[in-house]
Design a protein around this ligand. Sequence first.
Ligand SMILES: [Zn+2]
Length: 241
Amino acid sequence: MTDFVELEPVERLLVVVAHPDDVDFGSAGTIAKWVSQGVQVAYCIITDGGAGGFDLALDRTKMPSIRQREQTEAARRVGVSDLAFLGYRDGELTVSMGLRKDIARKIRQFRPDRVLCQSAERNYERIYASHPDHLAAAEATLCAVYPDARNPFAFPELLVEGLEAYSVNDIVMQASPNPNSYTDVTGFVDIKVAAILEHKSQIQNPEETEGFVKSWLAASAASVGLPDGSFAELYQRVSTG
Ligand SMILES: [Zn+2]
């Protein structure tokens, strides 16, 4: 059995995920906790979320702006106000050199100690966690951390923009099929649920969502040996320093 390690906060954290709402389902408890401990957090949301939701009557051209507003409100719930929306089309994400460059640019601008992203490995236990956009977002982020952001010869136009090469110390991946670490988010679950429920265009039954999130985080806490009444979010941490 894996010996799970509790993640320590760092000074600066960059979150890179595929869709508006991904960071909240996967990590809002952790983000709320770390922000309360003084961590500087920025979000980079890759797609516009235009393919999400359930309302067939809604004008689809309105969905990206709705989702941007919802993500901004959800971020406010956990204390994050630095958000970038890259605007890639939802549902069509691939690991392009353009995407790698956009993420490398964000890393060089924000200079985080740690990057939090999704998993590039398909999780066969939880197929919804492995949306193709998530896999592409994660793979592009891993490539941006190593080697793109740290290699001064990768994307030389970034140097021309005044962005020096920069090395990130570690990556933590949410929804990994192979978690090896956790955060104890007991005391932050209600904030997490509030952040998730800001994504109104995506959630048909708020009470059901709250129940499922709480039981999922309780099961995660039990799986790493925390006492009854605890809640945890799980990650695969990879050292990239
Ligand atoms: Zn997603």
